[in-house]
Write a protein that binds this ligand. Structure first.
Ligand code: HEM
Length: 167
């Protein structure tokens, strides 16, 4: 939070208290924070593929029969200790270097990757900058990070209670 606020203050000083949409992409730490949040909490934690009829592809050591349904868990990939150091810790700096392909895919991957990805990331940044430029945010003590699965997406099980104080 402190690093984000510091980055934002710098931008707001440069632009005399205002922020400009075109400059949102200069906020590199904000970008790392959003990436790390979506690593630990991919909004779509699981997706499914089905082998088409008449095909039987080989994946690694496995020959997969036609029409097999394959469940792919981004949640599990994103927390795999073989691929991530301290996988359960929130460390935005781990995204300074891009992860190897297919280790991180909060918006899916390949030809069916989410078409709303750039739009969503931009909207998230605009919203966060609007809030963080005016308020300090503190998490209510005792808040859990537990999630529940609902209609293909995850959400905070007990809500997220925060205290906003005007800057
Ligand atoms: C936080 C926001 C979002 C997340 C986490 C998200 C995530 C995903 C994921 C994981 C997939 C791939 C599903 C799969 O491979 O089976 C997907 C596909 C898709 N998303 Fe999103 N999405 C988000 C927002 C949006 C928005 C805002 C739009 C539209 C403006 C959108 C439109 C689509 C469409 C049309 C597909 C299907 C693409 C295809 O199958 O060719 N998404 N999304």
């Amino acid at each position: 939070m402190q690093k984000l606020q510091a980055e934002l203050s710098e931008l707001l000083v440069d632009y005399e208290g205002e922020f400009h949409l075109a400059d949102i992409n200069q906020l590199h730490y904000l970008d790392l924070v959003i990436k790390e949040t979506l690593r630990l909490y991919p909004a779509v934690p699981l997706f499914i593929r089905e082998v088409i009829a008449g095909k039987s592809p080989t994946l690694g050591d496995y020959k997969i029969p036609e029409k097999t349904q394959i469940f792919i868990s981004s949640w599990a990939f994103h927390r795999n200790p073989n691929h991530w150091q301290n996988p359960n810790e929130f460390i935005p700096e781990r995204f300074i270097d891009a992860p190897p392909p297919f280790h991180y895919f909060p918006f899916g991957a390949g030809p069916r990757q989410c078409i709303g990805m750039a739009f969503t990331l931009f909207c998230t940044k605009v919203k966060l900058v609007s809030i963080l430029s005016q308020y300090l945010i503190e998490l209510e003590p005792g808040t859990t990070y537990d999630t529940q699965y609902f209609s293909g997406t995850i959400m905070p099980r007990d809500g997220v209670k925060v205290k906003l104080s005007k800057k």
